[in-house]
Design a protein around this ligand. Structure first.
Ligand code: FES
Length: 176
């Protein structure tokens, strides 16, 4: 008999909603708690899964469209998982006057993605951010993993590419 199970690569495992059951139970009767619930949800999953939006909607009695509006309004919320290495490229004033946009362009080109995206291998997420508080090192980027965060600067397009290639190599993904 033919196997009709979906084998498409985009099929994602369902979210384990039991992880946020306690959060929903705690806040379900507290008016104005949506932001807190979204923050807690993101802390648990690393982002806000679509399934969780529906669960929050049910528990708090707020329409999913309204919840999505809040998520997309605030830059702190993500709707997809971040990569293992989160590259935050500063676009603050000091970095901007030191050609941060050229660094950002080189990073996007090196990774093959635009700001806000994650590489298909899940290794890198690249974001443009406001001042990282290290203006004397401008232009800078911070690279964050679960274990640590490190600031690099002053960067050039070339040095930014080299840093990314170094991480790729360390992760065993350098095919060159
Ligand atoms: S402007 Fe980039 S670190 Fe301050």
């Amino acid at each position: 008999m033919e196997d009709h199970t979906c084998q498409c690569p985009s099929a994602v495992p369902e979210t384990d909603l039991s992880l946020i059951a306690g959060v929903l139970d705690t806040y379900k009767d507290i008016p104005g708690s949506l932001i807190t619930v979204l923050q807690r949800t993101q802390t648990i999953y690393g982002y806000i899964p679509k399934d969780a939006v529906l669960a929050i909607s049910k528990a708090l009695g707020i329409r999913p469209a309204k919840i999505m509006g809040v998520i997309t309004f605030y830059a702190q919320f993500r709707l997809s998982p971040i990569g293992k290495h989160l590259l935050m490229v500063c676009q603050g004033t000091a970095c901007h006057v030191n050609s941060s946009e050229k660094v950002a362009a080189a990073i996007g080109d090196e990774l093959g993605i635009v700001a806000g995206e994650t590489t298909p291998d899940g290794l890198f997420t690249y974001e443009n951010v406001a001042c990282l508080g290290c203006c004397s090192m401008a232009p800078v980027m911070m690279i964050q993993t679960k274990e640590q965060s490190e600031v690099y600067g002053p960067l050039t397009p070339k040095s930014a590419r080299q840093i990314i290639r170094g991480i790729r190599k360390a992760e065993g993904g350098d095919k060159q």
